[in-house]
Design a protein around this ligand. Structure first.
Ligand SMILES: [Zn+2]
Length: 301
């Protein structure tokens, strides 16, 4: 499989979600991991059934699909699944086009080759219902903010014209690529709307509506920003998330990232009176038309 291509591997924007979740395309899960996480097999079966029913109920030819689009960036093949996988799944499931761009093959990792990690990421993307593209900026562990990298990311933004951007949080003391890409995407969002940049003249300027940051691990959660909690308690969401994480079998040899992710989400959910929730963080103040649009907060008054 040729690397560095620009075409979308899975469904194109605005196509119905779940297109690639055919029954003969089961996520690639190593047999050892199936034994290690026995509940995954049952969860996957339930997910497939619910997926089938969802297609039957919601994807008639007359079903309108939202024009909105989410563009999510990650420096390594498993970051999106660990940090915001269930959020992407739920958005795709309700008809939002979700495109993911990964900027390295995770080649610095202790487990898994670049080819294995690329295959794992594609398997996970199929489970989540997103499209996926590898667009290397620098090799794993060598990424640093630069105008050239910001221009490259800005070109992706101009190409896909998203309403919402997703990138890792700006919390230091993580894998250095995480923070580096967060800064690059933040800068690129601004460059994407500047009409006078010679490097981007071939693409029309585009202004995103909002940029959100996701925490890849508990340690990457900002302590000084009140998060927006997304309810991911639905069983089909948790099943898809579990399967997507397990698809990264090579990385689960390092530690039990599945339990770590689920436990983190369970703790956030309990804070808000639901089963599971994941935080995202606004890069900028959120503008709402009125107080009623807030919904309700996590605190139990
Ligand atoms: Zn990473």
């Amino acid at each position: 499989m040729k690397r560095g291509r620009k075409s979308c591997e899975a469904r194109a924007p605005h196509q119905p979600p779940f297109k690639d979740l055919r029954s003969h395309e089961q996520p690639c899960i190593h047999p050892e991991k199936r034994r290690q996480f026995p509940n995954v097999r049952l969860a996957q079966f339930r997910f497939e059934v619910r997926n089938f029913l969802h297609r039957l109920l919601h994807q008639s030819p007359s079903t309108p699909y939202h024009a909105a689009m989410i563009l999510a960036f990650a420096p390594h093949p498993d970051d999106l699944e660990f940090g915001c996988g269930p959020i992407l799944f739920q958005e795709a499931a309700r008809g939002i086009a979700v495109h993911c761009i990964i900027t390295s093959y995770g080649e610095a990792g202790s487990h898994g080759s670049p080819a294995i990690r690329e295959a794992e990421a594609h398997a996970a993307a199929k489970i989540l219902g997103t499209s996926l593209e590898f667009a290397p900026l620098a090799s794993d562990a060598h990424l640093a903010p630069s105008p050239a990298h910001a221009m490259q990311i800005a070109a992706h933004i101009r190409t896909h014209k998203p309403q919402v951007l997703l990138a890792p949080t700006l919390v230091e003391n993580q894998h250095p690529d995480h923070v580096a890409l967060a800064k690059i995407v933040r800068d690129a969002a601004r460059l994407a709307r500047y009409a006078g940049l010679a490097e981007l003249k071939h693409l029309p300027p585009h202004a995103v509506s909002a940029m959100l940051n996701y925490a890849i691990t508990p340690d990457a959660e900002p302590r000084d920003i009140v998060p927006l909690l997304i309810d991911i308690s639905a069983k089909e969401t948790l099943a898809a998330w579990t399967a997507a994480i397990v698809a990264h079998a090579s990385q689960l040899q390092t530690r039990n990232y599945l339990d770590l992710a689920l436990t983190r989400a369970h703790l956030h959910g309990l804070r808000a009176g639901v089963s599971h929730a994941l935080p995202v963080y606004f890069n900028d103040p959120l503008l709402l038309p009125n107080l009623e649009s807030i919904g309700h907060s996590a605190r139990q008054f």
